[in-house]
Design a protein around this ligand. Structure first.
Ligand code: DHB
Ligand code: FE
Length: 298
């Protein structure tokens, strides 16, 4: 059978009713999206002749994997797609320049300690890890220092686990997480214990999906940033270590050209110099964060 089955009056009427098109209440935009989504799923079922058993296996996966949805989305390429879509819309609007955006990932925690000066991000010892020293500037489109920026930084520990999400329970809540308030010269500096690459929790939904696709669930070692400042567009980005074995094979598609510095490793220390450039905000909303729900320590 071909997908024209979905276009028969019987199925089209079912779709109209299921999306509430005949009801006066509800949200018209949501109705239109739900109708298209359901129709696309129906067409998918026909195109691949998905059986009842296969369909319910997929529902079971989604139900049981719901807690890992924030990991499945980057692994599926959808989170990177959102970046590519925003980039394409920017290009269409004639907006360019600045540090590339890349995925936030699921592991940010709000309200990390707000610090100034050369910040130490690591509250926990992690004795076998090198010390990472990262320095640079935050400037605007004309190269002007962005003095009242807040740089949110978060990264994994040397075992690849993030505080707050660490199944070993070994980390204090904001280990390797800070908000750094910049001085008027727009310079930032911090040091911390070197992160290792991250892998999805073994045996979890994302791991199962990756194995079924013949893929892995690993990322190169990386450091995440949000940079916010009045008048500027909030930047969501991360640097991935250019010399990591997974730098060219990131399961979450978060590595991007221009965001792959190679740490200079010297004895017990490693150094990265990296400058950020922000775009001006076109709207008040661009100065804020997306409405994504994020973890809070508590
Ligand atoms: C995932 C983990 C990360 O640390 C990240 O930056 C992006 C994605 C994940 O588990 O999917
Ligand atoms: Fe991450």
């Amino acid at each position: 059978m071909d997908t024209s089955f979905v276009k028969t009056p019987q199925i089209q009427q079912l779709l109209d009713k299921a999306a509430g098109l005949q009801e006066s209440g509800g949200n018209p935009r949501l109705k239109a999206i739900v109708r298209d989504l359901t129709e696309a799923l129906m067409a998918l079922i026909v195109r691949h002749d998905i059986s009842e058993s296969e369909f319910w296996l997929a529902m079971k996966f989604l139900g049981e994997g719901a807690g890992e949805i924030g990991l499945i989305v980057p692994g599926s390429g959808l989170e990177h797609f959102l970046d590519l879509y925003m980039d394409a819309k920017d290009a269409e609007a004639g907006r360019s320049g600045g540090t590339p955006r890349t995925i936030e990932g699921p592991l940010y925690v709000a309200d990390a300690p707000l610090v100034e000066g050369n910040a130490d991000l690591s509250s926990d010892p992690d004795p076998d890890a090198q010390v990472l020293h990262m320095t640079g500037t935050v400037t605007g489109p004309e190269g002007e220092p962005v003095g009242d920026a807040i740089v949110h930084v978060w990264h994994a520990n040397s075992k690849g686990w993030y505080s707050h999400f660490d199944p070993t329970g070994e980390q204090t809540p904001f280990n390797n997480r800070r908000r750094i308030k910049l001085a008027p010269d727009g310079r930032y500096a911090f040091h911390s214990r070197m992160p290792s690459g991250y892998s999805v929790p073994p045996g979890g939904a994302t791991d199962q999906l990756m194995q079924a696709l013949g893929r892995h669930g690993s990322r190169p070692a990386h450091v995440h940033f949000f940079i916010e400042a009045p008048g500027y567009r909030t930047l969501t980005t991360q640097i991935n270590f250019g010399d990591d074995p997974f730098a060219a094979d990131d399961f979450a598609f978060g590595t991007r050209e221009g965001l792959l510095p190679v740490p200079s490793r010297q004895g017990d220390s490693a150094y990265i110099a990296f400058d950020f450039q922000l775009q001006r905000a076109a709207t008040a909303a661009e100065q804020g964060f997306s409405a994504r729900s994020r973890a809070e320590a508590g």
